[in-house]
Design a protein around this ligand. Structure first.
Ligand code: C5P
Length: 325
């Protein structure tokens, strides 16, 4: 609880992520979820989530990427405030917080593998908690975030983090220096469950365990020690050598044009290129800010249908940037 009166309106800035390594195990037969060993890296490509007290719940989408974002109760940010309200009722007794109006200013690509929807949900949790008087702690918000989706807790935390379990068991990773990126956004998005299904097909996990595969089936993926060491060294070339993504082949199979974007990235001199998360955004690693600008100019020429952004990481997690009233 805070002594300060709760603001009427709160705005939270929240980062996109790229997985520097994404190792994926066989799906849990009950839930269908895949165990992960992943290294999340937050970048300064951000959405802004504004929550204001209102008579009824509503959601508006503004900014660079609005297409394909639902402006109703199916949006994860809306679900986040409804779930938070439910926890308020349980944790704070009779006091039921008033509804809120949510505005998402979207600069993170939609269905791009950069966890934009998860970022908005994390932002909505933090902003709604502000206008409802900060009754729940950041630890409470982390637990609620994990109920909403595997990537939501990391959007609250930011920085660099190792994610185990579904990707929601997080520990901060020590890293030196900044990494410079060029993100290449395809005109079409990819559905995360569809990419996981393609992954299951390619690996044969969709056939279920056999006597030959049962051992591998049950082994959770190992943390990527070489990448963690490269991050500690702060050497971008070394980090580039250890980027990995088990979902890359599946994403490329679903969007074959990604192969050309990756090849173009190598042609214009990126240190390394990787599909971001479940794709289809491609992350190209640069050695400096100027190098990232050179790469983005080269990519715009070679792949004009792809939108190109530069960004830097690690970036902080969700944080309140404005309180009004
Ligand atoms: O957790 P989130 O809602 O982002 O996941 C979307 C979908 O991606 C899940 O419904 C599941 O099909 C797949 N997924 C998975 N294993 C994970 C994370 C996501 O199979 N660790």
């Amino acid at each position: 609880m805070t002594a300060q009166p709760a603001p009427r309106i709160a705005t939270v800035r929240v980062p996109a992520k790229v997985n520097l390594a994404l190792r994926v195990g066989a799906p849990d037969p009950g839930s269908g979820y895949h165990p992960l060993a992943t290294v999340f890296h937050a970048v300064d490509l951000t959405d802004e989530v504004t929550v204001r007290r209102a008579r009824r719940f509503s959601l508006e989408v503004t900014g660079r990427f609005t297409e394909g974002v639902p402006a109703d109760e199916t949006n994860l940010a809306w679900q986040a405030v409804v779930l938070l309200r439910h926890h308020y009722r349980q944790a704070c007794g009779v006091r039921t917080p008033l509804p809120v109006a949510i505005t998402l200013e979207k600069n993170i690509p939609v269905a791009g593998g950069m966890a934009g929807g998860s970022a908005d949900a994390a932002g909505a949790l933090l902003a709604a908690n502000e206008v409802w008087g900060n009754e729940l702690t950041i630890e409470d918000l982390r637990d609620i975030a994990a109920e909403l989706g595997a990537d939501v807790p990391f959007a609250l935390l930011g920085g660099n983090a190792l994610g185990l379990g579904r990707g929601d068991e997080l520990s901060t990773v020590l890293a030196r220096g900044q990494l410079h990126w060029v993100f290449c956004v395809s005109p079409e998005g990819l559905s995360t469950p569809e990419v996981y299904r393609a992954f299951d097909r390619l690996t044969g996990w969709d056939q279920g365990p056999t006597v030959d595969t049962i051992e591998a089936w049950e082994a959770p993926p190992e943390p990527p020690e070489d990448l963690l060491q490269a991050l500690r060294s702060g050497d971008a070339v070394e980090v580039g050598q250890h980027l990995e993504n088990a979902l890359q082949e599946a994403a490329v199979e679903l969007q074959p044009g990604l192969r050309e974007t990756l090849a173009a990235g190598a042609d214009v001199g990126a240190l390394a290129g990787i599909v971001s998360g479940s794709g289809p955004t491609i992350a190209l690693l640069a050695s400096s800010h100027d190098h990232a600008l050179d790469i983005s100019v080269g990519m715009a020429a070679l792949r004009p249908e792809v939108q190109v952004f530069t960004a830097t990481g690690p970036a902080p997690g969700a944080r309140v940037v404005e309180r009004t009233g």
